[in-house]
Design a protein around this ligand. Structure first.
Ligand SMILES: Nc1ncnc2c1ncn2[C@@H]1O[C@H](COP(=O)(O)OP(=O)(O)OP(=O)(O)O)[C@@H](O)[C@H]1O
Length: 274
């Protein structure tokens, strides 16, 4: 049991502990709102797949939850802390418990993989260099990169290696919650499947909670415990794949029961998540 659980700080919903709770969220940029009165829960230890049509506001939601975009209304509680009540020190403490992998990997091109992984350590911790080197090498190993990748620059890496290196950086501070923005985009099917396996392993071994924006139907079927669908400025539905498959909404139906989806989900067969 970690410190916040002991304090009873994180919201419990039934049996499940919500590490991210969004209520009544409205976000806009001066024109029509992008998100309106949106509710969402992410539970500890799950991989939540977040889907929605292009331009529906998936990135806006993620950026708002990361406090990179301002909101007009709504309450956000993350890791038991109400956004509006955070002191400066609490904000830092929350930020240290969150990892982010942006869509393009967003590694610093002038830094090696090892140095990239150390960026959050330098930002938040004051550690001696040998210790930081050891920690960074452990993270690099954790994401399945070979040790020699540590000294390579991003331009010397394949797409799959860049994603893994970016994930190693997101995991640098042992976060509780990781945000992944389309982590398998640009990977070939084998690389994408391997990345999905890695995410599942991190969830199972570290108890990591993962919020994953994705268009990848294979990922939704293979690794996501629950799915949330964004549409008409709200989360239209959240739940298991089975729930998506039976949900009565035109977009949800065409997404989950279209030709391509049927091929993926029928193959998943009885292996679908509960
Ligand atoms: N800083 C901003 N200023 C004005 N409008 C913005 C801003 N950021 C996003 N938007 C608008 O918000 C809407 C949602 O954008 P967003 O990037 O979140 O979509 P998305 O669901 O992530 O799309 P995609 O799947 O194509 O990446 C778009 O209409 C976009 O133009």
């Amino acid at each position: 049991m970690d410190e916040s659980q002991e304090n009873g700080a994180e919201a419990k919903t039934g049996e499940r502990e919500s590490v991210l709770t969004v209520r009544g969220l409205t976000v806009g940029f001066g024109g029509p709102t992008v998100l309106e009165d949106l509710d969402l829960d992410v539970y500890r230890g799950e991989v939540l797949g977040f889907v929605g049509g292009s331009g529906t506001g998936k990135s806006v939601l993620m950026r708002t939850v990361l406090r990179l975009t301002q909101r007009q209304a709504g309450k956000i509680t993350i890791l038991g802390k109400d956004f509006d009540q955070l002191t400066y020190e609490e904000r830092l403490a929350v930020d240290m418990r969150i990892g982010v992998l942006f869509q393009q990997g967003a590694l610093f091109s002038g830094l090696t993989v090892l140095e990239n992984v150390q960026v959050p350590m330098r930002e938040y911790l004051d550690l001696p260099k040998p210790l930081m080197d050891d920690l960074a090498r452990l993270k690099i190993e954790l994401v399945g990169l070979r040790p020699e990748a540590a000294d390579r620059f991003p331009s010397e890496l394949s797409g799959g290696m860049i994603k893994r290196a970016a994930l190693a950086r997101a995991l640098a501070l042992d976060p509780d919650l990781v945000f992944l923005d389309e982590p398998t985009s640009g990977l070939d099917p084998i690389g994408a499947a391997e990345f999905d396996e890695l995410i599942a392993r991190l969830r199972d071994t570290l108890g990591l909670t993962v919020y994953m924006v994705t268009h990848d139907l294979d990922s939704l079927s293979a690794v996501c415990d629950r799915i949330a669908v964004l549409g008409r400025k709200k989360v239209l539905v959240e739940g298991t794949l089975d729930k998506m498959l039976s949900f009565d909404d035109p977009w949800v139906k065409s997404y989950f029961r279209g030709k391509r989806s049927r091929a993926v989900f029928n193959e998943a067969g009885d292996g679908q998540k509960q």
